[in-house]
Design a protein around this ligand. Structure first.
Ligand SMILES: NC(=O)c1ccc[n+]([C@@H]2O[C@H](COP(=O)([O-])OP(=O)(O)OC[C@H]3O[C@@H](n4cnc5c(N)ncnc54)[C@H](O)[C@@H]3O)[C@@H](O)[C@H]2O)c1
Length: 439
């Protein structure tokens, strides 16, 4: 008999955990969120949120005021535990850092009861769910776990990776298909029944947690490799004097070709990180994935070189000026369009490095933040207006506010194709882009 789910605990209340907790609570399930950050816990308990995600504030505020959602620092008993803590990499070899999962497992182990399910949602290297099961088993020798007891286990364990798109999380949490890799068939079925409380997409059951872990890593590596191809093309086209945006439109007219869009690099905490989890598991067998990482990671440097060469051109054309008289305008800092998240952003890296290098004034146009990070304190923040007087314009993020804006006067480095080509070409690119997001 499957124990009914009355109370869900979500461990880690960040970009993934909080929307997930809010979603269960919106279905009138009692949800207790656990986080190690006291400020986050207090903010949520006031019915407020500490991250920007459309519609999340409304759902959290309603769930807290109706008593379905609360946050705490200390885990407490529940029927289901979902772990959504960070999984970064560490060191020069990009080894996965599982310390957050280990800490979360050890924190919930004392409150586990027979009939509970523990689901790892964090993006994880192959084998992480089994490692989590071992940490739980070591802490609770009085309970039976699936790695030893199979279907007779007291605790069910599954991996269910999250693949939502920041900016559309509240919609995609419901509509996306879920891949579920339980350690046994019953683990998978229990996890699927839990997600069906709010998921309208399919719950696809994998052969086990390893396949589910690899599926998530594969999705992001697929995107990384394809973006690397577009980024490599952008370098080749620059060398050959061809407009890469036009090239991609032309090549994509082939019925079986679908090249993604180049950019200033690949950022965020998923696409730039997850391929390393595959590489660290099979370094000798992943040259393509490693090469793609190399191409994407080197793109910010290339954009900076373009700016340096534009400055040289400008000074040659204006011999009465020095670098101190040249204003550089940078458009966008976030790691992708229409969000406020600057984590691992190549645009931020480029802006910071330009700010440290350039002797003259710098403007940053970023509609999604109220204050510049300390590393950019000598720059000026201009909200959303693209009507900026500058000598060099560096387009890094194709925010909604920038699209369709007039090509400014001055030297242009356009890493996102916002000012590329003719209006007809621009609208064609937009139509192709509306079906997919490339970074
Ligand atoms: N953000 C995304 O778009 C996205 C998409 C898909 C998958 N993921 C994956 O989801 C996981 C979580 O990512 P995120 O973006 O939500 O991270 P995040 O940094 O926004 O949130 C993580 C939260 O976990 C908390 N935390 C850390 N250690 C803890 C512990 N031991 N116990 C309780 N709380 C703890 C942190 O304080 C933080 O609030 C990662 O594995 C990430 O790769 C993220």
């Amino acid at each position: 008999m499957r124990r009914p789910i009355r109370k869900v605990s979500v461990i880690g209340l960040g970009y993934i955990g909080l929307p997930t907790a809010a979603m269960f609570a919106s279905r009138k399930i009692e949800v207790v969120g656990v986080d190690v950050n006291a400020k986050t816990v207090d903010t949520i308990n006031r019915g407020e949120i500490h991250i920007i995600e459309p519609d999340l504030d409304m759902v959290v505020s309603a769930a807290v005021s109706q008593g379905y959602l609360r946050a705490t620092l200390d885990p407490e008993p529940a029927d289901a535990f979902l772990i959504a803590v960070p999984t970064p990499f560490k060191g020069a070899d990009h080894e996965p850092d599982l310390s957050y999962i280990e800490a979360a497992s050890k924190a919930i182990a004392p409150v586990l009861e027979p009939g509970n399910i523990v689901i790892l949602e964090s993006t994880s290297p192959v084998g992480a769910t089994e490692a989590m099961a071992e940490w739980l088993a070591e802490a609770r020798s009085d309970l039976k776990f699936p790695q030893h007891a199979g279907e007779e286990a007291d605790i069910r364990i599954a991996h269910c990776p999250e693949r939502v798109l920041p900016g559309k999380v509240m919609q995609e949490l419901i509509t996306n298909d879920r891949v579920i890799g339980g350690m046994t068939q019953r683990c998978s079925l229990t996890a699927a029944a839990l997600y069906k409380l709010f998921v309208t997409g399919d719950c696809v059951i994998a052969s086990g947690p390893r396949a589910a872990e690899m599926a998530k890593l594969t999705e992001n590596s697929f995107r990384d490799v394809n973006i690397a191809f577009a980024n490599e093309l952008s370098l080749i086209c620059d060398e050959l004097g061809i407009d890469v945006w036009e090239l991609i439109v032309l090549a994509n007219r082939h019925p079986r070709v679908n090249i993604l869009q180049p950019g200033p690099g690949v950022g965020g905490h998923c696409i730039a990180v997850d391929p390393w989890f595959i590489v660290s598991s099979a370094p000798a067998l992943s040259p393509l994935i490693q090469a793609a990482r190399g191409v994407n990671a080197s793109k910010p440097e290339w954009v900076i070189d373009q700016v340096k060469s534009a400055l040289g051109t400008h000074l040659v054309a204006n011999p009465d000026k020095t670098a101190k008289d040249v204003r550089i305008a940078v458009y966008g800092l976030s790691f992708k369009p229409d969000i406020d998240d600057l984590r691992e952003s190549p645009a931020l890296e480029i802006a910071e490095r330009l700010c440290a290098w350039h002797a003259g004034p710098m403007s940053v146009i970023e509609p999604y933040i109220d204050a510049l990070p300390e590393t950019l304190e000598t720059a000026q923040l201009s909200g959303r207006s693209t009507n900026i007087e500058a000598d060099i314009h560096v387009m890094l993020v194709d925010h909604r506010d920038f699209k369709g804006s007039d090509r400014p006067r001055g030297e242009i480095i356009d890493a996102r194709g916002v000012w590329a080509g003719t209006p007809q070409l621009y609208s064609f690119i937009e139509r192709r882009r509306s079906d997919r997001v490339d970074t």
